[in-house]
Design a protein around this ligand. Sequence first.
Ligand SMILES: NC(=O)c1ccc[n+]([C@@H]2O[C@H](COP(=O)([O-])OP(=O)(O)OC[C@H]3O[C@@H](n4cnc5c(N)ncnc54)[C@H](O)[C@@H]3O)[C@@H](O)[C@H]2O)c1
Length: 463
Amino acid sequence: MSKNSTSAERSKTNAYNSRRKFLQATAAAATVPYFYSSPKTLAQETASANDRMSIGVIGSGGMANGNMNAAKQWVNVVAIADVDSERAESSNQRMSGGKADVYEDYRHILERDDIDCLHIATPDHWHTKPLVEAMRAGKDIYCEKPLTLTIDEGKLIRKVQKETGRIVQVGTQQRSTFNLFVKAMALVNEGRLGKITSVSAAIGGAPASPMIPVVDAPKNLNWDRWLGPAPAVDYRNLPVEGKRAHTNCHYEFRWWYEYSGGKLTDWGAHHVDICNWALKLNGLKEGPTSIMGTSEHPVDFKDGVPQQIDRYNTATAFNFTVNYPGDVKMTIRHDTRNGVLIEGTEGKIFVNRGSLNGKPVEDLKDNPLPEDAISKVYKGLPMEGNERKAHWANFLHCVRERKEPISDVHSHMEMLNVCHLAGISARLDRSLKWDDKAEQIVGDDQANAMLGRPYRDGYEIEG
Ligand SMILES: NC(=O)c1ccc[n+]([C@@H]2O[C@H](COP(=O)([O-])OP(=O)(O)OC[C@H]3O[C@@H](n4cnc5c(N)ncnc54)[C@H](O)[C@@H]3O)[C@@H](O)[C@H]2O)c1
């Protein structure tokens, strides 16, 4: 491997790096849930630039830039890898004033022993491989959601996390939104809704597109490496006045099953996660038993495979019911009012990124939550800020303390299995029975074949 370019001197050893050996030695303790209490805030501990954690960024698009802006007071970005050199260079200016080293191949970052922490914000089809390799290289990682494209990838990630004990935070930042989603979980946990009978994730469907023509990929983009483990296809782009171009690449990858699960995993990773969290707090011990529903796609499908290759193909509408033991139900549906509805025998609440309402919320005026209600549901210290900032603070604390963060890979995969099952059911247009212990679809070989995906030569993931 050769380095593409170096734009500045490397960050030198800092306070965190000096603790690296100790952190690695104690990594095995990483999977124990806890409530963190520190005498100092993260801001106090990272007051000087030398005390900040050195971080490498893999994939420097919209989300990575937003995340690094949220975490900038606590971290120094010392390396950036992107297969689009223009994006890497402009992100370098924004994230580090041009001081980070820039690479095309992320493996250069994994080789560096002066970098403990990574942020992975590549498209979804490029999450599992660098994440697994990074854990094995001894790094702690904040990886964007959804962690995987398939259920089998989730099994591998959980296995490697257990083997290595690395700290992995998933970018489902709703879990750190204290005034909305976390408060909703506290209400559930305190029994203010009674026994939960149903949860519902309302998310919009994916957009459709016209035919998108094949054009030359921009010179600054290594298209073959952007595709990586996905099938080799041509680059497509159709400019749209005043809006993002239709493409099978940057940002719009979300609307192609080759690189994403569409809205079912893009937003499902957020709202199905909240649904699943509520069910677990309410005592649900087992996963789902079956899924059934309807969906609409902008292209025809045969044997689960889109038959037109020149336009977006993920579901534009859907309505799925997921059945759990004990007559508990989850629905995942296309709805213009995005949010999560949680219904119990004593009341119901609706929560989204702008509001939390329902009678149990109104009742808080007369009967407030106990002081420890948030700490009983939230692993890690609630820090300064909310949502994205607090989620980063939670991650960085957990790295220091070698504790499991609030969005751990195990809870994430538990709920992402449900999103992936909905995707398989949508593509095959039939109901599925699920054996949660075996993580297998019951009596359906064709559906079971979709639990994994083939990887292109040179992009295999070591099991
Ligand atoms: N948590 C949230 O609320 C939230 C919001 C938006 C996006 N996301 C997630 O963040 C991820 C990125 O989304 P985005 O909107 O920033 O996408 P994007 O297309 O803008 O950025 C992805 C970047 O990764 C780069 N890339 C692709 N393959 C690479 C490789 N092998 N090595 C290095 N770089 C590579 C691309 O060139 C691009 O610059 C997605 O998984 C998405 O689901 C999460």
